[in-house]
Design a protein around this ligand. Structure first.
Ligand code: SF4
Ligand code: SF4
Length: 196
């Protein structure tokens, strides 16, 4: 989306930004490259955003790679009473954690602690009601509804034929879905079952 807006170039289906002569880096990566090249400093730390209604003292911290997630949370006052889920990464593309005994790694941009009022269990979803909201918001022009249904039924090749691999897992479709369908999980499942 950024490449199209800034450079007017479109990354081809199944392609990468470099196919149109572009590299996209976030600010943290750009700084890390500068420090590595200019000062020979390896990536030993990064800024981690700790937030969500389930954390007592949300803050941004410079954290050494390898620090336990439980120690980072403790530095933020610990988990609040209503904390129900800890996500590594952001709200749209992050991964739920089974344990806090995992280290901060170079890709840990944030730790999001969801409270009860922010959380819908992944087994609380229902059948698609054909509202079309997911189609309206998909930045890739896909039909997330049909992709999720094909994956749910095990029709992975059909999902592939409907441009499964053009999905970059932004999570917009799951965010707007009134049936709370875990679209990204379905799409990831389908991608793991067929070759691009
Ligand atoms: S997760 Fe994939 S299918 Fe859903 S809106 Fe984003 S690009 Fe489209
Ligand atoms: S947003 Fe959810 S309910 Fe609506 S069409 Fe998409 S999958 Fe179906």
């Amino acid at each position: 989306m950024l490449i199209k807006a800034v450079k007017g170039r479109e990354v081809p289906s199944k392609g990468l930004p470099m196919d149109v002569g572009v590299v996209v880096q976030n600010v943290g990566t750009a700084l890390a490259v500068y420090e590595a090249v200019r000062f020979g400093k390896p990536l030993i730390e990064r800024v981690v955003t700790v937030t969500g209604n389930g954390i007592k003292e949300p803050k941004n911290m410079m954290v050494r790679i390898g620090t336990l997630m439980s120690d980072v949370i403790e530095q933020c006052g610990g988990l609040g009473d209503g904390a129900v889920k800890v996500i590594s990464g952001g709200p749209m593309m992050g991964f739920a954690q089974w344990t806090l005994d995992v280290p901060v790694v170079k890709g840990t941009s944030g730790i999001l602690v969801l409270a009860e009022d922010e959380y819908v269990s992944s087994d609380q979803y229902s059948a698609c009601i054909r509202c079309g909201s997911c189609i309206d918001v998909c930045p890739m022009g896909l039909n997330p509804s049909i992709l999720s249904i094909y994956s749910e039924k095990g029709f992975y090749e059909d999902a592939k034929a409907n441009n499964l691999f053009d999905c970059f897992e932004c999570g917009s479709c799951a965010y707007v879905c009134p049936a709370k369908r875990p679209m990204v999980q379905f799409i990831r499942l389908a991608k793991s079952q067929v070759k691009p």
